[in-house]
Design a protein around this ligand. Structure first.
Ligand SMILES: Nc1ncnc2c1ncn2[C@@H]1O[C@H](COP(=O)(O)OP(=O)(O)OP(=O)(O)O)[C@@H](O)[C@H]1O
Length: 277
């Protein structure tokens, strides 16, 4: 579904200073319907890599192919259209404070070119998915952190994306709220089959919802493994953060990807209605 081919991102230095290579020749394939985690210490290049996927940060070189479309080869108009297939949520929610929850979601539909008459209903549907139908008229200041992130998830889902990109989605939330937001992300992945990439430095996020992990170090992917292989002992991490993950208590049960795909296929009518997949 997502294929990064030799992606590099170099930031030029200011007047005489050396530049910086934040992402260095990364190849990564993310299977359809899976949840890919990207972990690593601060400054490893995780956020830049995530922003490379929707070209919010255009790579200096390499290709980004999503669902068979090479985004790096598109012109501005083509990219604008394809971007609606890629929803994104951020650590600090990025909601407009002078708009209600409903209006925040409707705005993304407007940018996606959805006709005005459809926007209200689709925004309401998206808010229902995250159980915030009753807070549609609330302004962000009246919502908790978890509710704000759920509005942001609704905003990302409203355009019926194939991919959901999550940049530290729970870092600004307390542990209980983190659990609830992760549950929504896991449910949405399971119900709608949306391919998800989560950048995080929280091992709880990895333990709870991720299928595969890519560990980044200095702009490169230092190692990759399936969380199940880590659990079963079939994979022994060599990176510091990978070993740290191993020591953490992995006890949460996950429905295997193949079973989730069968579930999505069996519920394809509902899934099509919600995600147009
Ligand atoms: N626009 C930019 N211009 C110059 N350097 C940048 C830019 N964006 C990121 N960097 C640098 O690239 C490196 C990787 O940044 P990035 O935000 O991708 O790392 P990260 O792994 O997500 O870190 P964190 O966990 O702290 O968010 C950092 O050293 C950062 O300072």
């Amino acid at each position: 579904m997502i294929s990064l081919r030799n992606v590099s991102t170099h930031f030029a230095g200011k007047r005489g200073e050396d530049g910086f290579t934040a992402v260095d020749d990364v190849c990564l394939d993310v299977p359809a319907g899976s949840i890919q985690g990207v972990i690593g210490f601060s400054g490893a290049g995780k956020s830049t890599l995530l922003r490379n996927i929707n070209l919010l940060e255009r790579p200096t070189s390499g290709q980004v192919v999503v669902d068979g479309v090479d985004l790096t080869a598109l012109d501005d108009e083509g990219l604008r259209r394809e971007r609606h297939q890629l929803g994104m949520i951020f650590q600090h929610f990025n909601l407009l404070n002078n708009r209600t929850a409903q209006e925040n979601v409707e705005l993304s539909l407007k940018f996606a070119g959805v006709p005005k008459r459809e926007r209200r209903e689709r925004a309401a549907e998206a808010l229902e998915i995250v159980d915030l139908g009753d807070r549609a008229r609330s302004y962000p200041a009246k919502l908790s952190g978890g509710q704000k992130q759920r509005v942001a998830i609704a905003r990302a889902l409203a355009t019926k994306p194939k991919v959901l990109l999550c940049d530290e989605p729970t870092s600004a939330l307390d542990p209980r709220t983190t659990g609830s937001v992760l549950q929504y992300l896991a449910d949405i992945n399971q119900q709608l089959g949306i391919t998800t990439v989560v950048v995080t430095h929280e091992l709880d996020v990895v333990k709870n919802i991720v299928d595969d992990v890519a560990v980044m170090e200095a702009g490169r992917i230092a190692e990759r493994f399936a969380v199940d292989d880590l659990r079963s002992g079939a994979f022994q991490p060599t990176t510091e953060i990978g070993r740290y993950l191993l020591d953490a208590d992995l006890h949460i049960k996950r429905v295997p990807l193949a079973e989730r795909r069968r579930h999505v296929a069996a519920n394809s009518t509902a899934a099509k209605e919600l995600a147009h997949v």
